[in-house]
Design a protein around this ligand. Sequence first.
Ligand SMILES: Cc1ncc(COP(=O)(O)O)c(C=O)c1O
Length: 392
Amino acid sequence: MKYKKRKYFMAGRINLIQRSKIRELFEKARKMENVISLGIGEPDFDTPQVIKEAAKRALDEGYTHYTPNAGIPEFREAIAEYYKEFYKVDVDPDNIIVTAGAYEATYLAFESLLEQGDDVIIPDPAFVCYVEDAKISEAGILRIPLREENNFRIDPDELVEMITKRTRMIVMNYPNNPTGATLDKETAKAIGQIAEDYNLYILSDEPYEHFLYEGAKHHPMIKYAPDNTVLANSFSKTFAMTGWRLGFAIAPEQVIKDMIKLHAYIVGNVTSFIQIAGITALRDKRSWEAVEKMRKTYAERRKLALRYLSEIPHLKAFRPKGAFYIWVKIDPELDMTSEDFANWLLEEAGVVVIPGTAFGKQGEGWVRISYATKKELLAEAFERIKRAMEKL
Ligand SMILES: Cc1ncc(COP(=O)(O)O)c(C=O)c1O
């Protein structure tokens, strides 16, 4: 069937959403041969077998119906147990909602908590969805710069300076996409205290919590400001389950109630047999063994990538302790914008990297490299980058 060419009336709201600026780069890469992408934002591993088996079994056992909107009670209990076991935090299962990934958890938080006249503070650089979610909620957006000299952590003093009567929420994401930065306990505590003092929500998006290196630790914000935090988390990265769409949020009672209300009319509930598989992911030792194996593989790749980067002229890596990204500074002497550089690298070396400006203005002069790619390909990509850079 072919649709008629006619003018469609659209809600103005939808025009607020900006589609990714790096689409053109990917388009160009798609038309080229022999391109290696270091632009990937998802694990290249397959979901651990034990989780897949649990989903198949759940289907056979008849988990094909609606579930409570907030999620299957046993799954919510398993999530609460997990926080107790890993972080010694008491979470009531009633304060948990099962969502279609961290994306949905984040969207629900923005829509439930913010409206026109409110301001939200979003780091710069930051993962792309927060700004778009903020626009849909009609909140004002203030960007707090993350600086290399601060290890890309939010500076609590700078945060206090930015707070006005309109400020309602601050977004945090550690381990961080795109910089690979992690949070330290002191900063977590300080930001938690600020949120309490100024009555702000913290939206803390923590899907990379298990990918930590060089002894770094994760500090879930519900530990430091439980009454102010909406924690978004996901099975996507931890268990290599991006396509399953499984995540959750933890929030204070009134907030979670409203998030469930909205979720009930968007998603209804997350797929029933996938929730059952989520219980296995959290409770079965074998799935955690798989997570540790993936973490070790990322750690090796990270080492390899950093070694290469230390030898490549005109590029300087921030030493990341989390996630699977490296934030790389382009020599200012080259006088190339991030986008120019990414385009040049694609043409010259056949390697895709993400221009830092995709994550905010502060990303100018930087690119994000992902090492969620097989070691051999990663090595080949860095050989190519090296050869290209040596010509400059
Ligand atoms: C920081 C961050 N938050 C959220 C998401 C979305 O995750 P999910 O698959 O759980 O929706 C991503 C995915 O790349 C991410 O990097």
